[in-house]
Each structure stands twice: as structure tokens, then as C-alpha cells.
Design a protein. Structure first.
Length: 521
């Protein structure tokens, strides 16, 4: 919490502003009070965004939807000024720190607290999804820990950023370490995407580290899409629940009702009371962190300077850091991207005395604990379809080999019946040689199909080049087969195999396939 500067407004709508709580990509967040004295968190949109007509339209739609959200574990919208310049939004003020702040200062939550957090966040997301909203940016900074449980903020507003000048300028909507694979790939996102983000948040709360490590946004997103999360430090039941949430396939993730059942069955017995949601160690941390100065204790603007009007931009304040990621919601409390003075509290969960801090790895050691599985790009749909066609080609090649062997047997029998004076052994020898040639040739073709399918799934760049060359050779062979005498069944199978090869080559040279193969160069 910081004092208002000379450039900050003193009133927004009916609310009197008393302090600044933070700032982000969408705007500035203030602590305000209603005429009756009710505390609210007010988000004032940046002036440059207020000039973007498309953003304003989307912002209005999302705010209208967000106002319908209610629940014990969300920060409800209480007022909005969509027609003001710049627009603003007021939500219930949640007296508690963010999960990001708590873990950064005190280390991972105790296991029992993680189970309580999981149950509360699952209920909060159900309230959001019940209003046909998808959060799309669930992360530790958007989870506030209050005495009565976790509260989710920023629900559904991230869609207002899409296609605006802000995102076009290189800003990223969402947080890489907590995006779902489909969101990272730019695909359609639904409620299952929030379930994946929930798993990431719980893993962070339990271990103190994001499940896909750190680093640049590109490297983290790559691990989100292709690598397995690091869940080695989690206890068995909690690891099973989080692992189910982090399935790469959205259809394999549990729905929120099923997830709530899993948490109730796998977690410890409920210990919350009407006055105590958290275990004692966490409740003490929340009480200490929520002991902010009263509005009258926050210093006023420097004397001799006139307060700024609502439409004027605010100057950056000393001691405040803003991240390069779009903080696209309504922060009722300061997030981890800002430097915020806080009263001293318990040094760590479960510490015997305040003088014994919870052991925390140094920042340099944080990534050393992350040992991801070997990174291997996940094949796109085009490569997967090509691989299955290759398996089908192998099956049809086996069928062609069997038909050819049966044809050799029929020819041998017919030739012996028409020419009884010729040596039977000579006919058998010729038939045997032909059968061996067919078996060797057929086995080689089948092995080629399977070999190329495996290489394609591994992303070997040469696989599609070799496949294309072999398809050209197969095309010449088909022309020779159709121009020579033979049984119609064999020719028909050859045409089918050629068509399979044609579609396979087309799939392997599609844009998504090319991007996949280029990663393995």
C-alpha cells in the first residue's frame, strides 16, 4: 500500500481514494471507500487503453459478465464506470495477501493448507464457470488468502485484451508458467484450461516453485506444451490430484465437480470451523499480512501540488516494480510484481519460533531442483494422422503380400494341371523362388512403413524427405503394375496403398508439420 501521489485522482465515481495498491498492464489499482465506509479495490484503466474502441467494447462485455459472478471465494464486482474517461471497475476489497506474496516470504504452504486451498479454488472456479466465464489467467498473484478462505480475482477480463494495440505491441495475456497447453498454442480454451492452471497453482503452493520451472516465456511455454511437470516433492495423494489436473489432453482432466470429489476423498479430514478456515500457522501469517495501515495513517500527497484529475496518467512511484506481463485484472491487493512494505509476520509455516526461519533454497538453487524430462515436441495432428496412415499402409502391404502368395499358389496349380508332362519339381522351384521374392519384398515394404511412422513421430526431419522419395518410386511401380497382366485384386490393393502414400506425403509437408520437424534440426 502506497500513499497517493500528486498525479493520482482523489475520487472515482462515488468512491473516495485513500491509497494505491498497485499497477499493471490494464491500469492502476486503488483502495477506495464508499460513502458508507465500505472498502473497495478500484481498477482505473490506462488512458491509452481507453482510446482503443475495440478494447472498450470487449471490456464492457466482460465486466457485464463478471458482475454476474458471485461466490464465497471470488471478489465480486460492486460498481463500474464504463462510460467514464477512463473507465474503471470496483470490486470487494479482500483483506489478505496474495498466494504469491505468502509463498515468496514464508515458503510452501503446509500440506493441510494446500488441500484447503484446492477445495476453495475449485469452488471459486465453479462459480466463475457457472456464469459462462473462463478465468484464463489463474495464477498465485490472482489468488488472495483471506481469513475466510482463498478468493479468486481477475476472472474473465483477459479476453478484453485480445487484438488491442497493447497485445499487438508485444504484451502477453496470461502468465506462461500457469497457462494450459491449448492456451499456449493459441487454441480454443474452455473450463478445462482453468483446471490445468489450478493444478499449476497448487503445485506452486505446495513446493514453492512453478511445476514447469522458470526462465524465458518461450522456454516455459515450450515445457508447458511438451514436458512433464516436476511433481517429485509432492506427497502421493496430492501428487495424484495435481497430476490429473495437469493432463496435456483437456478431455482427460477432471471436471470441477469430479475434482471436488477427488479432493474430499483424497485429502485429510475437514478441520475448518466457522471462524477458522486455515490451519493455525497460515491463519497467523494472513492476520499479520492483513494488518495494513488505516486510511488516516497513509500519508497524503505533497503539499502545494494539486490532485490529478481521473483522466491524467499517474507517475511511477519509487519502490514499485511492474512486470512485463499483462496484469489484466482487478488486484484487490498488491501482487508479487510490486515492491510492497508489509508488517513483520511469522517467518515461516511450522517454524518452532520466529527466530528459526523455514529453510528456503536460494534463487540460484530454485531451478536446480527442477529436472524436467527430456523435452520432445508433441507431434501435431497432421503428423499423428500421417503416422496412422503409415500404419494402415503397412497393413495393406501385408494384405498385398498374402494375396500375391495366394496368387502364386493358384498359378502353380493351374500350370501343373495344363502341362502334366513338365517336371513338377521345376514348377515347384519356380513357385518357391517367386514366393521368397514376394516375402522379402513385402517384408521390406512393411518395415519401411513402420520405420517412417516411428521416425515421423520422433520429429526426424529426414523422415518426410525419405518418404517423399519412396512415394515417387512407388508411383513408378504402380504404373508398371497397372500396365502389366495380373490379378485385379492385387492391382486394387496397390492403388489403395498409393493413395495412402499420397495423403501421407501431403500431411507431412503441411505448415504445422514443418514447424514440428524444424524443432529437431
Amino acid at each position: 500500500m502506497e500513499a497517493l501521489s500528486a498525479n493520482d485522482p482523489r475520487a472515482v465515481g462515488e468512491f473516495q481514494l485513500r491509497a494505491r495498491l498497485g499497477a499493471g498492464g490494464m491500469g492502476r489499482v486503488y483502495l477506495g471507500y464508499s460513502p458508507a465506509g465500505r472498502a473497495v479495490a478500484i481498477k482505473v484503466v490506462h488512458p491509452e487503453l481507453a482510446r482503443d474502441a475495440e478494447f472498450l467494447q470487449r471490456f464492457g462485455r466482460e465486466v457485464a459478465a463478471a458482475r454476474a459472478v458471485s461466490g464465497m471465494y471470488t471478489a465480486a464486482v460492486v460498481a463500474a464506470g464504463l462510460d467514464d474517461d477512463p473507465p474503471w471497475l470496483a470490486t470487494v476489497f479482500v483483506p489478505g495477501p496474495s498466494l504469491a506474496d505468502v509463498v515468496a516470504r514464508h515458503g510452501p504452504l503446509p500440506e493441510q493448507a494446500v488441500w484447503r486451498l484446492a477445495a476453495g479454488l475449485a469452488e471459486a472456479l465453479r462459480a466463475v464457470h457457472a456464469c459462462s466465464l473462463v478465468h484464463r489467467d489463474l495464477k498465485p498473484a490472482n489468488v488472495l488468502l483471506a481469513a475466510d478462505g482463498p478468493h479468486v480475482i481477475d476472472f474473465g477480463i483477459s479476453r478484453a485484451f485480445e487484438g488491442t494495440s497493447v497485445t499487438a505491441a508485444g504484451m502477453v495475456v496470461g502468465t506462461p508458467g500457469y497457462m494450459s497447453p491449448e492456451q499456449a498454442e493459441g487454441a480454443q480454451t474452455g473450463p478445462a484450461s482453468d483446471v490445468f492452471s489450478l493444478g499449476c497453482v497448487l503445485a506452486y503452493a505446495a513446493t514453492g516453485n512453478p511445476p514447469f520451472g522458470g526462465g524465458s516465456a518461450a522456454s516455459v511455454l515450450y515445457r508447458v506444451v511438451t514436458a512433464q511437470p516436476d511433481l517429485t516433492d509432492l506427497p502421493g495423494p496430492l501428487r495424484e490430484v495435481i497430476s490429473a489436473c495437469l493432463s496435456k489432453d483437456p478431455s482427460q482432466r477432471p471436471g470441477l465437480p469430479a475434482l471436488g470429489t477427488m479432493i474430499a476423498q483424497a485429502g485429510p479430514a475437514l478441520t475448518a470451523t466457522p471462524t477458522s478456515f486455515w490451519p493455525d500457522s497460515v491463519a497467523a501469517v494472513i492476520r499479520a499480512a492483513a494488518a495494513y495501515p488505516t486510511p488516516t495513517q497513509v500519508s497524503a500527497a505533497p503539499t502545494g501540488q494539486a490532485p490529478a484529475r481521473l483522466g491524467q496518467p499517474a507517475m511511477a512511484q519509487p519502490g514499485t516494480r511492474q512486470s512485463g506481463m499483462v496484469q489484466d485484472g482487478y488486484h484487490a491487493m498488491a501482487t508479487a510484481s510490486m515492491t510492497v512494505p508489509r508488517p513483520a509476520g511469522p517467518p515461516a509455516f511450522g517454524a518452532p519460533t520466529p527466530a528459526t526461519p523455514w529453510p528456503r533454497p536460494a534463487p540460484a538453487d530454485a531451478m536446480s531442483r527442477y529436472t524436467p524430462a527430456p523435452l520432445r515436441p508433441r507431434p501435431p495432428t497432421s503428423v499423428l494422422a500421417a503416422a496412422w496412415l503409415m500404419y494402415s499402409g503397412a497393413a495393406f502391404s501385408l494384405l498385398s503380400t498374402l494375396v500375391s502368395l495366394a496368387t502364386i499358389g493358384e498359378v502353380k496349380t493351374a500350370f501343373s494341371a495344363r502341362h502334366p508332362l513338365l517336371s513338377g519339381n521345376a514348377v515347384k522351384s519356380v513357385a518357391a523362388v517367386a514366393s521368397v521374392e514376394v516375402l522379402i519384398g513385402g517384408s521390406a515394404v512393411i518395415a519401411l512403413w513402420l520405420w517412417l511412422a516411428f521416425a515421423s513421430m520422433q520429429g526426424r526431419p529426414w523422415a518426410r524427405t525419405v518418404g517423399t522419395v519412396l512415394f515417387g518410386v512407388g508411383t513408378l511401380g504402380l504404373l508398371l503394375t497397372l500396365g502389366s497382366p495380373g490379378i485385379g485384386g492385387t492391382k486394387g490393393i496397390s492403388v489403395v496403398i498409393w493413395l495412402i502414400g499420397l495423403v501421407t506425403v501431403i500431411l507431412l509437408w503441411r505448415r504445422r508439420s514443418s514447424e514440428f520437424f524444424s524443432l529437431r534440426r
